[in-house]
Ligand binder design. Sequence first.
Ligand SMILES: [Zn+2]
Length: 448
Amino acid sequence: MEINWDKVGEQAAELLAALIRINTSNPPGNEAAACGFLKPIYARLGLEPVLLGPEPSRQSIIGRLKAQKPEGEPLLLLSHLDTVPADAKEWSKPPFAGAIEGGEVWGRGALDCKNATAVELTALKLFVEAGHQPRRDIILAATADEEMGGERGVGWLIENHFDLLAAGFGINEGGGFSVKVAGREVFLCQTGEKGICWIKLTAQGPSGHASTPPAETAMTRLLAALNAVMRHKQPLRLTDTVRVLVDQVASQFGPVARVAARAALSPLLEEYALRRIKSAENRNLARAVIHNTVTLTGLKGGDKVNVIPGEVIATLDCRVIPGFTPDQMLAEVRQIVEPFGVTVETIATSTGGEMPADSELYRAIGETLRAHSPQAILAPYLMPGGTDGRYLVQKGVKVYGFIPLQMEAGEKEPIFRRFHGKDERVSIQNLIFGARLLYDLLVRFCAR
Ligand SMILES: [Zn+2]
């Protein structure tokens, strides 16, 4: 079957625009409306869709293309239907109008991640229309609530209907975009993400009039404890993902830069390697993927200038390298702050995870990419933030972030910097690119 890719691009753009026009800003989400829109499309492809969720307005949609006599574990194509909110005043086009102009689709979710919903569905549609028979089940799921932590989406589904998502492998948002390294295009496949440990620190002390202060108060205790936490140097923590990434990226450099980049893997030289990264944003990103981070995000206590408060509170957002647990992070913070009389408790935690960069699916992604662009390099990367993938990783699903997006012509910054930003948009060329790669991947990985 000869595929007319321009036509595929037009249809994918229309599909994405229609999804953008259904406002699923979370909160409140209201993903059920988007599920209702997708249901007949799923049904026409024979995916037998089901809509499920903890509340009528918070639904996710799951469909399945069944293999006759399956050989191999199912592949899950995952995306989320909710978006972060958008303030129309900051945008040059209305964020929920789904305008298609100048070869681009505009609106909230165009990159995070209704584009993923659109290209996954488009690729599977092409697979069905081309008459391919799957040798393994292909599950297509578009879910609720990712932007608020996924408890009403993938988290809820795993608790209540895991059989519907149970797969050996998964493709999700979180990676697939390209960056330029020494003139070559490197596609970053997300193979892991950091865990989360949100901590509340509480200090107590005598309250009273501030004209006759005691030497120690809740405030002085908390400040001393926070200073100790902030001064505590987080050691280098390497993962296989980062080792492979640094090695692959460094191999593109000349001899001096190559040695400098590899220095990031040495506890003695990492500071030197990080200082060589010119952009502060990239430097912070590099630092975050090789360390646990502890960030002070809140301070509360005292509302009268002349009264000493009896209790003050701080919150810490700690992000934890895979292999290191949130409990270990909590213990580390506790050990530092308890001598100051400060107590710790967790607000929320999630464990990070890491997937092998040599699994059957990862290899198929690499082969697919090279078949398209022989010069392109596939490299694994660790995400400092989190996606719904973490729920599935805990269940043993090998989920990779790979929604292909090329750097746009004339674009200097990697495309992921536009996620959650104003004027979010994606080019139709990139939708074609994504659908094309995912279609080829489905044929390679799933066709009989
Ligand atoms: Zn997302």
